[in-house]
Design a protein around this ligand. Structure first.
Ligand code: SAM
Length: 457
């Protein structure tokens, strides 16, 4: 690890007077590895990493385990099938928070700073089927990675947008829950990421704080009265943490919400806002900070009617596609040029409205492209929980074949009839091959393919 900035060390000595040395030493230790399962795709971690799986679970997240060592995740087909997400443990505390603050009825949630998608996939797992998640990332290249991870996760009640927080201004009172996992100075990443150390400066802390206030001021309007905003960073300094929550309370009359818990490795701090710090000398995870506020007043969302007519209801899904969709009656189809997809009907109008004011890069589940009435299945359908696997021709493959497929190379032709074969590994869909009889056309997306060599596998 690079040498820590002197000014950082000095501040820590004041901030954690009795624990500074142990804290600073902990930054020289190895980061723990943890995974969070997608329970809609895999019931237990038993068949994953038999050598590396520790018996230890992440205390505050039902679906998460620590690993004894860091495997080469790229070479595990289950990762590419969205069976789990590799996520550091502290930030999974968001699950514990959501359990306490999420209303029991269907909600609209917004994850404003969402790439690469760790917290979005976590939130999505907790939403009921009738809730919707808008997962947003302003930086376009990062938004593509977010989209990839959301597609792999396979839920149909998510839309992905790529906008600046200021672009949400037409959505006053639209969300019951907003997560702002803010861009920050990243002190909590020092152990993992030497760039965070190099880029650290006291001046940068101030710039980060101002940007966090700007982001929150832009989005505050979008929260419903009574709605909750979860704020988090991966840094330790009070300017980007406690002071931001206090600012929300003073500037916007927000109520700080106390989160009940019994985890003695979490540090609560002494702000008027309820705050939860994760320090690596106490918690098996990276540095993390979070707190929750509730909005007291404001407007309830009432969309302006779009002048453009919504043509979605007229789209007919081809019969051969219908058979591949579970609970078809829950969905409304949409078409964008020759692409056909579905969104949950309960949110179709809202999604349509969003698509007029935001840059929407993914919605619901993409089903197929139609060319002269010919159906070309979309990759997202193979990974979707909406797919009715009972009506698919399934080609269950071993690990080597799965990895060859994921490299977008040719795989052996099985004796299975069917136009489209769902390539499956341990029961998890990985993508499609078109069956030409004597060979298979591999439809794995070029931009997602594994580039790592497969020596001795
Ligand atoms: N929530 C993500 C996860 O759990 O995978 C990590 C988010 S990261 C801490 C913060 C994100 O904010 C980055 O993806 C970054 O691109 C984005 N960001 C940077 N500047 C921003 C801005 N001005 N407004 C909103 N988001 C911004």
């Amino acid at each position: 690890m690079h040498t820590l900035p002197k000014a950082f060390e000095e501040r820590i000595k004041k901030q954690l007077p009795e624990e500074a040395d142990v804290f600073l030493n902990s930054l020289q230790t190895k980061s723990p590895t943890s995974i969070r399962l997608n329970l809609k795709k895999i019931a237990s971690p038993d068949n994953l990493f038999t050598d590396a799986l520790a018996s230890k679970r992440v205390e505050w997240c039902d679906k998460a385990w620590y690993l004894n060592q860091r495997p080469i995740f790229t070479l595990d087909p289950c990762l590419h099938g969205g069976a789990y997400y590799v996520q550091e443990a502290s930030s999974m505390f968001i699950e514990h928070i959501i359990k306490q603050v999420m209303p029991p009825y269907p909600i609209r949630a917004l994850d404003l700073c969402a790439a690469p998608g760790g917290k979005s996939t976590l939130i999505a797992s907790m939403l009921n089927n009738d809730s919707l998640l808008v997962s947003n990332e302003v930086i376009r290249s990062r938004a593509s990675i977010l989209k990839e991870n959301i597609i792999k996760w396979g839920q149909d009640n998510i839309v992905v947008t790529s906008n600046d927080p200021a672009d949400f201004k037409n959505l006053e009172g639209a969300f019951d829950m907003i997560l702002v996992d803010a861009p920050c100075s990243g002190e909590g990443m020092f152990r993992k990421d030497s760039v965070a150390i190099q880029e650290w400066s006291e001046n940068n802390l101030q710039l980060c704080k101002e940007r966090q206030q700007r982001i929150l001021a832009d989005i505050w309007n979008c929260l419903k009265p009574g709605g909750v905003l979860i704020y988090s960073t991966c840094t330790y300094n009070p300017g980007e943490n406690e002071e931001i929550l206090e600012w929300l309370m003073d500037e916007w009359q927000a109520d700080s919400i106390q989160i009940e818990h019994s985890f003695d490795t979490i540090t609560q701090g002494s702000s008027k806002a309820h705050c939860y710090h994760f320090y690596p000398h106490k918690t098996e995870g990276e540095g993390f900070f979070t707190g929750v506020v509730r909005k007291i007043d404001g407007k309830i969302y009432s969309p302006r009617k779009n002048k453009k007519q919504n043509h979605n209801t007229k789209i007919e899904i081809p019969t051969e596609l219908k058979a591949l969709i579970n609970n078809l009656e829950r969905y409304t189809p949409y078409a964008i040029e020759n692409l056909i997809g579905i969104v949950p009907s309960i949110h179709s109008e809202f999604i349509d409205h969003l698509s007029h004011s935001l840059r929407m890069i993914y919605r619901g589940c993409e089903l197929a492209e139609m060319n002269n009435r010919k159906v070309k299945l979309r990759h997202a359908l193979a990974l979707s929980q909406t797919l009715n696997q009972e009506n698919c021709a399934i080609y269950e493959v071993d690990r080597h074949t799965a990895l060859t497929f994921l490299r977008k190379e040719e795989i052996p032709t099985p004796d299975i009839s069917g136009n489209w074969l769902l390539i499956s590994y341990q029961g998890i869909g990985l993508g499609w091959c078109k069956n030409l009889g004597n060979r298979l056309n591999n439809y794995y997306p070029k931009e997602w393919r594994i580039r790592m060599e497969l020596k001795n596998i």
